[in-house]
Design a protein around this ligand. Sequence first.
Ligand code: ASP
Length: 324
Amino acid sequence: MIKPVLVIHGGAGAISRAQTTPEVIQAYEDALRQILTEGERILAQGGCALDAVAEAVRLLEECPLFNAGYGAVFTHDAKHELDAAIMNGQTLQCGAVANVKTVRNPILAARAVMEHSPHVFFVGHDADAFARDQGLACVDQSFFSTPMRREQLQAAQRSGNETIVLDHDAMSAYQTSEAIAPLDENNKMGTVGAVALDCRGNLAAGTSTGGMTNKWPGRVGDSPLIGAGCYANNTTCAVSTTGKGEAFIRAVAAYDVSAQMEYAGRTLAQATQQLIHQKLPPLDGAGGLIAIDAHGNVAMPFNTEGMYRGSVVSGQAPFVAVHR
Ligand code: ASP
């Protein structure tokens, strides 16, 4: 009898320089716990890993604390360009969208690409149009905007047009309109993600992001790239990453974990440690990941000061954490 497991993240980054409060930490932990509980319910009822992952990521997108969907960061020209990917470890089917601007839940658009098109990856206007044709909710760009994200953009632009900032990095200095988040909002990679193992032994992974504050229009990070920010294969593992996307792309990060397990016989713990603490740092690859293997082993390593993360084994109390 396989015990289903769900793992989620809300981005990695540096700890706020300014003082956060226990109440704010509590708000982040409560949000993670709530989302884990809702995703776990799907798995406990015999639902598949893919459904649990899609729902957990959708809920993370709907939560303004995290940089995906509602609450996504701004590009250099004050727009939102969202990326997402999902993968089914049983079939190796996958779907992704990048640079979407109107679909409310990019993870659902990624899933629709996987399930209702012969393709894997749609970008830009056509990806939005596809999502609309699929009956997914579409919204005005302003839906995604929050005052905190606008302040982050203004702060990044004040410190130089070339400054491209990871979501939770260094926001503390600028956080005037809202309480200080536990991870520094300008020094955190605010991508969200989920990985799951269901009662039939199937794995799935999903990742969704607003990208990086002040990113150049058209820039796409690792999150929607299968093998970089998202990967699932029943024979090895399911992985969702968060961090400096350019480095994670160069390392082919998510697939690297799977390949180490497949070709070098490494355990999930060994493979994820190798990637996060040895391979990525020389590439300027600040960040972390969540991963699960077909036996239900979980890894949540990060090389930053913290990562919003949590896991739940079906029937047990959820674990959530922000700092080390
Ligand atoms: N990996 C994401 C990107 O580069 C950023 C993040 O994790 O927050 O777009």
